[in-house]
Structures are given as C-alpha cells and as structure tokens.
Design a protein around this ligand. Structure first.
Ligand code: NAD
Length: 480
C-alpha cells in the first residue's frame, strides 16, 4: 500500500495523443505503474479503449490523404525535424527508461540514441531508394500502403517507436502507435518529444492501452492497412490470423533463442566476456540475447573457468548506477517466469555453474534475479529451446563444426546468431550456414542500413534501412 508521501508523488496520466493534441481518454480502466527496483507504485495510467483507437485511426486516415502525396524532400525534412526533437530529450528518455522499466543506464542510453539515429538512417535510406522507375511504356511507383498500426513491446520502447515511425514517415504512411501498456511513462516522454517536431496533425497518433482492446481494434479495423508488430510469438500468431480478415500486411518482429558459436580457435579472454554481454543484454530481456553458448568439448573446462573469471563484471543492482550491468526484471510476473525456468533447468538435469534460484543477496525488494549460467545443457532441454527473457545462459558442448551448426539451427527461432573465432574465413563459412536473420562475427555490432528480423518463428519481414521502408510500401505499375 502507498504511503501519503508516495501518493503525493505518484504521477497520473489520463491522455492519449490524437490528431496532434493530448486528449482525455475515453477508456476508464486505470493501471498502476510499478517501479521494478522496489515494487512501489510510481504512476497511475488511464488505459485507452476501442473508441480511443477508432478516433486515432480516423485521424490517421484523414491525414493520409495529403501525407501520402508528400515528396521525398518533404518526408526527409519531417525526419530531420523528428530527429532534432527526440535528440533534445535523450537524457529524459533514458532516465524514464531506467525508472519505469529498470533498464541499466548505459544500455538504456544506447537504445534511446539508436532511436534518434533511426530517423537519420531512414532519411538516408529514403534518399537512396528509387520510388519511381520507368522502362518502355511502364512506370512503377512505390506507394505508401495506408494507415499503419505500430504495436510494440516494453523492452526498448523508445527505439521501437522511433524505428517504426521513421520507416512509416519515410514511406508516406500515417500511423497509430500502440506501445506496451508497461511503457506508459516512457511513451509519454517520447510523445512530448515527438510533439515538438511539428509534424502535420494526424500523421502519428498514440493510444496507450491493452493489447486485447487497443491492439485488437487496430488488427481488425478495415481502415488499417498494415500492422508492424514487435512482441511475442503467441501474439504475433494472433495478429497474422485475425489480420487476415481485412487482408492486413504484417511485419512481425518476434522472439529468439540465439546461438553463440564459439569455434575452437577463439581467444577466450575476449570471446567469453563478449558472449556473456550478449547473453545478459538488456538484463537478458532482449530478443537478440545470445542465450545458447555452443562450445567445443575439447575446451569446455577452459570455458567454464573463463566464465567464472568474467562473471564479477556482470554485477546486479540499481540500474541507475553506471557500474551495474544487470538490472531487475520488468515485473513480478517476469521475475517469476525467469525463476521458473531456472528451476526447470535444474529439474531437467542441467548444472548451475553460476547464479541459481532466488534474489541476489540484498536485492530482495525488487524483481532482481541472479545472472545464471547452466552447463551440461542438452539442446532439447526446455531452457535451450524456449525464450526465457532473462539473464540465463545455457552452455552446450559440441564435437565438430557440423554438429555446432546443426545444434545452432535446431531451434524454432532464427533471429540472431554469433560466431566467434580467430580464422575469419572459417567464421564466415559457419555464419553462412546459420539460419538467422542476422549473424555477427566476434562481437555484437550494429548497422542501421542492414535488415533486422527473423527466420522461422522469429518473425515475418524486416526492419531498418531500405528494408524497413519497403515494408510500408506497395509497388504500383502503370502501363500505357
Ligand atoms: P507481447 O506479445 O506480450 O506484447 C507486445 C505488444 O502486443 C504489447 O503492446 C501488447 O499490449 C500487444 N498485444 C498483446 N495482445 C495483443 C492482441 N491480442 N492484439 C494486438 N496487440 C496485442 O510481448 P512483450 O512481453 O511486450 O515483449 C516481449 C517479447 O517481444 C519477447 O518475445 C521478445 O523476444 C519480443 N521482442 C522481439 C523483438 C524483435 O525485434 N524481434 C524486439 C523486442 C522484443
């Protein structure tokens, strides 16, 4: 229960952003926002409903009539305005991500900066993308697909909103954004930032609410042509199925169980810290987290030693402290989910090398778990097959390069993968055989022009660069 002083400091949010203005919610349901470091209520949010969503869709539809006819130069100018507006708020956006979500400060800043950079990257990609081609008596134009619903997960709110919005604006689409209800404070800060960009009313609208109300209305509404979704496989499947009734175009960015393939010539004092960084990325709450480490049997003992040596750098604690590498889980539910997987790993016969069940000592008040590394893991164990979405790494031993590739690909997912080794030719050869939308060699790195998205259950379609813009475009041919 909140004390009187806490009640005085609890923020209340009651508006959505529709047609260029903050408007009171029609939906009346109120949700508590809980701080993951101590479980205290820090805000109360009024959630939108179907009526709020329909108003937002109507505003986006009105704006589409003129926005869809803007030139490349006009869209490029809007993207520059958006970038300037959001970059002015990097500190606030980082601070609210740390507070509401428990993201560790350094990584939260990186995610926000990636969001800011998404506008510049989209502008560059737009300039390079031919929107009109001619041959003979044929003209092909790439037309904006229509009003798009952008539905996002809670684990990188600022990045998802900026990335999807940047691609949609570059394509000439207008949008209704439905961020995760668990990112309400972050969304409010982002919308205030976007509002300063001065885009025409209705180009982007933001309704905070539940997936089952706001999200479902976007998916079934015939005035929405496209859904760009980031979230779980279960919800992604539902969006594809329910969206079929109105022939929705869909981009689905879903989960992962990413392998890191350590080749036998890897330099362990570099490779192991890099592998642990990928495993514990965003406190393990990252779709791309490298949660399966594939190790040659001949080097298993060395790897175990190197992991124990590297672990002290992955300290758990207050995410606002710059020395901290792993913060809390976002919610009690997420804490329990991660704990249940750690229990399951032990029950199925995997061995805890570091970490294990329960809160780290002294961090009992928040949703903190112990960063955990399992060894003696078989790839068919639950902890090696299912996405845990917490800082839990499974070490799996292999005999040969072929076996490593087979194990890496023996997953329903195919989002991200890593290969580590000294012989680059060999690392490239292995990378080329991994069934994943993105493979990094020797370290996690990024390129805003490169596509992002998954094979298999990790999704449908791609984001970033020209691939992300094309996802909001329809080719149209005129033949004389
Ligand atoms: P989630 O699927 O529970 O929710 C995602 C969004 O969908 C939220 O905004 C939610 O309100 C909404 N939603 C829920 N039910 C809906 C419905 N019936 N119709 C429409 N919308 C609905 O996922 P989450 O827990 O927020 O995020 C974690 C998941 O997201 C993990 O699986 C993770 O791997 C994935 N993810 C993927 C990427 C990627 O780029 N591939 C990035 C980040 C997270």
């Amino acid at each position: 229960m909140a004390t009187m002083t806490e009640i005085a400091t609890i923020k209340t949010l009651t508006t959505h952003y529709i047609d260029g203005a903050f408007v009171e919610s029609h939906g009346r349901q109120v949700m508590d926002v809980v701080k993951p470091t101590n479980g205290q209520v820090i805000a109360r949010v009024t959630l939108g409903d179907e009526e709020d969503t329909r108003r937002a869709i109507a505003a986006a539809k009105r704006a589409f009539a003129s926005f869809s006819r803007t030139t490349k130069e006009e869209r490029a100018r809007y993207l520059r305005q958006l970038q300037k507006a959001v970059s002015a708020r990097i500190d606030d956006l980082t601070a609210v991500m740390v507070e509401e979500y428990g993201g560790v400060a350094g990584f939260a800043r990186l995610l926000v900066e990636s969001g800011v950079n998404a506008f510049a990257a989209a502008e560059k990609a737009l300039q390079e993308l031919p929107l009109r081609e001619n041959w003979g008596k044929t003209t092909v134009t790439l037309e904006p697909v229509g009003v798009a619903g952008l539905i996002t997960a809670w684990n990188a709110n600022a990045l998802f909103i900026c990335l999807k919005l940047a691609s949609a604006v570059a394509a000439g689409c207008t949008v209704v954004i439905k961020p995760s209800e668990m990112s309400s404070l972050q969304t409010r800060a982002m919308v205030e930032a976007l509002n300063a960009a001065g885009l025409p009313s209705g180009v982007y609208n933001v309704v905070t609410g539940l997936g089952s109300t706001v999200g479902a209305e976007l998916v079934r509404n015939p005035d929405v042509a496209k859904i760009s979704f980031t979230g779980s496989v279960a919800v992604g499947e539902g969006i594809m199925r329910d969206g079929a009734a109105t022939m929705k175009r869909v981009t689905l960015e879903l989960g992962g169980k990413s392998p890191t393939v350590l080749l036998d010539d890897a330099v362990l004092d570099q490779a192991i810290p890099a592998a642990l960084t990928m495993a514990f990325l965003n406190s393990g709450q990252a779709c791309a987290a490298g949660t399966r480490l594939l190790v040659p049997k001949s080097r298993l003992d060395e790897v175990k030693r190197a992991i124990r040596d590297a672990m002290p750098a992955f300290t758990v604690g207050d995410p606002a402290d710059p020395k901290i590498a792993v913060g809390p889980m976002v919610s009690q539910k997420q804490y329990e989910r991660v704990e249940s997987y750690i229990r399951k790993g032990i029950e199925e016969g995997a061995e805890v090398l570091v970490g294990g069940e329960g809160h780290p000592k002294g961090l009992e008040a928040g949703y903190f778990v112990k960063p955990t590394v399992f060894v003696n893991v078989k790839n068919d164990m639950t902890i090696a097959q299912e996405e845990i979405f917490g800082p839990v790494l499974s070490v799996i031993a292999y005999d040969s390069e072929d076996e490593a590739i087979r194990i890496a690909n023996d997953s329903k997912y195919g989002l991200h993968a890593a290969v580590m080794g000294t012989d680059l030719q060999r690392a490239r050869r292995v990378a080329s055989q991994l069934r994943a939308g993105r493979v990094v060699i020797n370290n996690m790195t990024d390129d805003p022009d490169a596509p992002w998205g998954g094979f298999k259950y990790s999704g449908v379609g791609r984001e970033y660069g020209k691939y992300g813009i094309e996802a909001f475009l329809e080719p149209k041919a005129i033949l004389e």
